[in-house]
Design a protein around this ligand. Structure first.
Ligand SMILES: NC(=O)c1ccc[n+]([C@@H]2O[C@H](COP(=O)([O-])OP(=O)(O)OC[C@H]3O[C@@H](n4cnc5c(N)ncnc54)[C@H](O)[C@@H]3O)[C@@H](O)[C@H]2O)c1
Length: 330
């Protein structure tokens, strides 16, 4: 089967290898010409020093990628996803099945990627929407290390089709119909990972990190349920699972960004020191807006919002959390 991947960075090219291993033809579109060359000429992963199958091709032309396949995998930073989907829709001359693997919430609107796809695509140019998410570092999957993901769609057949497309002897894929739960879980865990990194950078220790991850999980559950997802999804691969893999790992650029902030770098310095996408800061801003809109009590999100927007300093953040009124755990 032909498949187009939009965004050939760490995750997009890693998923291309999975699809190529499963005997599919993959065309990656990236705006970075150096990445396109690395893939086409050197058969190298653009983000890691690893060879990738020669069958994987890349292009800088969105039109070529859109016309290559009716299955479009979205793997660009969520800050550009609205404009990318709108360009795809204009170029499409057939119905497309969108598989979103990017993880974020639009801060200005509170929209998930499924909302944006609904808003931006023409009804006669869309076949369906699937989100594919779960605890997965590209740094491990590229070496074909055992990984699990969830394929979620309101259309059970599409969820199953994508499950079968990606699954193999090192990638196990489950299905779900809870699109919102899977999307929100995958996004919000990046916000908690930044906070966990800040705590580590401050040298607060493992007790504090465990507390932040655990209480952060409670906030993740509240946001999932508020946005229409299910609590059981929050405790699944795309919620708790992804939080575990992200919130204390040096493979997580969100955790690492938090770590640098905790060690005294400004937010801008910390974000700019990574050449790869850091979704967590935008997601903190999005979650803060959601908390305000729905009147949710999210102390960790609120404190991290104040911190990353320079309204308080690191010590102010710690005391803002510790000086809250004592209360029951549940
Ligand atoms: N890296 C991981 O392990 C991982 C795992 C699961 C999900 N994700 C999610 O996948 C998304 C992408 O992450 P990544 O790690 O691949 O980031 P990355 O920064 O490595 O890659 C993003 C790529 O998108 C490209 N790009 C930017 N704008 C584009 C456009 N308009 N059209 C085409 N390409 C464009 C960039 O050139 C870059 O190659 C993020 O939302 C991230 O949360 C990442």
């Amino acid at each position: 089967m032909n498949i187009s991947i939009i965004g050939g960075g760490a995750w997009g090219t890693t998923l291309a290898q999975v699809l190529a291993d499963n005997k599919n033809n993959v065309l990656i579109r990236d705006i970075n010409l150096d990445f396109v060359n690395k893939i086409n000429v050197w058969h190298f992963h653009p983000s890691f020093a690893v060879s990738i199958p020669e069958s994987i091709k890349a292009t800088s032309s969105l039109e070529e990628a859109v016309n290559y396949s009716d299955i479009i995998v979205l793997c660009v930073p969520t800050k550009v996803i609205r404009s990318v989907i709108s360009q795809i829709d204009k170029l499409a001359n057939s119905q497309k099945l969108y598989i979103n693997v990017s993880k974020g919430i639009e801060p200005e609107t509170g929209d998930l990627v499924s909302d944006i796809v609904k808003e931006v695509t023409s009804p006669n140019k869309i076949k369906g929407f699937v989100v594919l998410s779960g605890p997965s570092h590209a740094e491990e999957l590229i070496f074909r290390k055992f990984t699990t993901l969830v394929s979620a769609s309101t259309n059970k057949e599409l969820a199953k089709m994508i499950q079968e497309l990606f699954a193999n002897n090192y990638l196990r894929v489950y299905t779900s119909t809870d699109v919102r739960g899977v999307e929100v879980g995958g996004a919000v865990k990046n916000a908690i990972a930044v906070v966990s990194g800040i705590a580590s950078g401050l040298g607060l220790g493992e007790n504090a990190r465990a507390a932040l991850i655990c209480r952060g999980m409670k906030e993740l559950v509240q946001i999932i349920e508020t946005l229409g997802g299910k609590k059981e999804t929050a405790y699944g691969l795309s919620g708790l699972g992804d939080l575990i893999v992200t919130a204390s790992s040096m493979n997580s650029r969100n955790f690492k960004t938090g770590l640098k902030i905790g060690q005294g770098q400004s937010v801008v310095e910390a974000v700019n020191s990574s050449s790869q996408t850091v979704e967590g800061i935008r997601t903190i801003n999005a979650c803060y807006q959601i908390a305000k809109k729905y009147n949710l009590d999210l102390p960790i999100i609120n404190t991290s919002y104040e911190l990353v927007n320079n309204k308080i300093d690191l010590n102010g953040g710690v005391s803002m959390l510790l000086n809250r009124k004592l209360k029951p755990e549940n």
